[in-house]
Design a protein around this ligand. Structure first.
Ligand SMILES: C[S@@+](CC[C@H](N)C(=O)[O-])C[C@H]1O[C@@H](n2cnc3c(N)ncnc32)[C@H](O)[C@@H]1O
Length: 479
């Protein structure tokens, strides 16, 4: 492990449940869980059945801190952050994005009038949102070629997307678990379906100490140009090559060359409509879907030995199930090794064809002002980043998962202070982790982070799942 690798910004995604008796004073005094750590409205699940519903119980009245002018609730008051610490930081992008939006995406009649950014881009964002939630076949493929959509994308999704990529890099522990992380030259990054280089910007802000050599491909040239301007603003002098064109075009892909250390595919595979609507394209000899073909090309021809492919999609069920299907087919075809989020399970325990389950992470963050302002205008709130992802290497080039490590794939089921269960995934598949004390530590771990807990899961879950007791039981003994 190199010195540079060890300097990775942000804590690694591992958590242990501490003995409450030894918890620092501040933790023991906290009576109210932060907003993000309360049981999720879906019962803490991603479409998974609840093992046992906990009946709501009367809670003792909570001590309220005295109200001061600064603690009074106002629409601008940010939600409390989890005590678990890490949140993404995209503050470096705020100034450059505002400047670029003012320069390129403010209508001439509004220039010099101090019209809030959110007002300028509200309708564009509405239009984009409608497209993102509609049937993919209906979406205009070149939507980022129009300035209205591009401006709105820039001031909203570039922030959420870059913050999501930071979260993925951390949850996957990409640098920490990468033994041959290149240290003697710039990291070679290929960003496919890059848009305004959102994913590259996420990586550049997550790893500010790593020099980069970037190649970005997209059908929308103007979006690539925006991204290059932003990268230059936060990382002056970074080498960037832009390729405008269709990713399905084999000749274009060949032109990209090979030996990339990191290949990023953020929110692009779901733009291949057939990928979502059917697993296989009609009438094609190989039987591969376009997404499978693109990934095969990336793994066989674009990736450097030891390199990593990072695929990011939304936290919605359809996106996650698309990734689960890709994952299982890549493993079955011995085309790739999955480094994260999976910890060694051969087939995804949520992947059965009839299953409605899905797997997503849920990372608390603090919205940058432009995002919060647009959310207010559209009467919504995006306090956490929900996403699904895959980090791949070629077979045999990944790293074995850390011992006694489980990824939490469900939110807490149970209240703090009472027996709490959370779904987790590990080498043997899905299990239920049980903390009889319902410690706030256990509640507060973001969905998608890793729990270190020794011991063997045993039969006993209410739905026949294996259960692992974590932390200490009520009598004070470790299980
Ligand atoms: C939702 S945007 C994601 C952009 C960026 N990766 C991000 O995460 O913000 C999807 C991008 O993929 C691009 N795209 C979709 N299909 C493509 C194709 N076949 N060839 C090139 N670009 C494509 C679109 O132009 C768009 O910029």
């Amino acid at each position: 492990m190199s010195a540079r690798k060890g300097k990775s910004k942000g804590r690694r995604p591992f958590h242990r449940i501490r003995d409450p008796a030894k918890a620092p004073r501040g933790d023991k005094e906290r009576t109210s869980p932060p907003e993000e750590s309360r049981p999720a409205p879906d019962g803490g699940r991603s479409g998974t059945p609840a093992p046992r519903a906990q009946p709501p119980r009367a809670q003792p009245p909570r001590a309220q801190p005295p109200r001061t002018p600064s603690s009074r609730k106002s629409p601008r008051t940010p939600p409390p952050l989890p005590p678990t610490g890490w949140i993404p930081d995209v503050s470096a992008l705020v100034g450059p994005i505002k400047e670029l939006a003012a320069e390129r995406y403010t209508p001439a009649r509004m220039r010099g009038q101090k019209v809030p950014l959110a007002e300028i881009h509200r309708d564009g964002l509405r239009m984009l949102n409608k497209g993102f939630t509609s049937d993919r076949d209906d979406r205009n493929a070149g939507y980022l070629s129009g300035p209205r959509a591009r401006g709105a994308y820039l001031v909203y999704y570039t922030f959420t997307g870059a913050a999501t990529v930071q979260s993925v890099l951390r949850q996957a522990d990409l640098r920490g678990a990468w033994n041959d992380f290149p240290t003697d030259r710039p990291l070679r990054v290929l960003d496919l379906g890059a848009g305004p280089l959102t994913a590259t910007l996420g990586l550049a802000t997550a790893w500010p100490d790593i020099p980069l050599d970037v190649t970005a491909v997209d059908g929308a040239k103007a979006a690539l140009n925006d991204g290059a301007a932003l990268l230059e603003a936060i990382r002056p002098g970074t080498k960037v090559r832009l390729e405008a064109g269709n990713l399905r075009n084999g000749k274009l892909r060949q032109r990209l060359g090979s030996d990339y250390d990191v290949v990023l595919l953020a929110n692009v595979l779901n733009e291949f409509p057939e990928t979502v609507r059917r697993e296989r394209t009609r009438g094609e000899d190989s039987g591969e879907s376009p997404a499978q073909r693109l990934l095969r090309d990336v793994l066989e021809n674009r990736l450097a030995p030891g390199g990593r492919v990072v695929i990011v999609e939304t936290g919605q069920r359809a996106s996650s199930r698309l990734l689960i299907a890709l994952r299982d087919s890549l493993i079955a075809g011995e085309q790739a090794e999955v480094i994260a989020p999976c910890l060694g399970a051969v087939t995804c325990p949520l992947g059965a064809a009839h299953s409605r389950d899905w797997c997503h992470a849920d990372q608390p963050w603090r919205r940058p002002r432009p995002v919060a302002a647009l959310d207010r205008m559209l009467s919504r709130r995006r306090d956490t980043l929900k996403f699904s992802y895959l980090v791949l290497s070629r077979p045999g080039e990944g790293a074995p998962p850390a011992r006694d490590t489980w990824r939490l794939i469900g939110g807490p089921m149970g209240r703090p202070g009472m027996t709490t269960r959370r779904y987790a995934c590990g080498p043997t598949g899905r299990i239920v982790c049980v903390d009889e004390r319902g410690s706030t530590d256990f509640h507060d771990i973001p969905r998608g982070d890793l729990l270190i807990a020794s011991g063997e899961p045993r039969k006993g879950g209410p739905r026949g799942e294996m259960e692992l007791r974590v932390g200490r039981n009520r009598q004070g003994g470790s299980r």
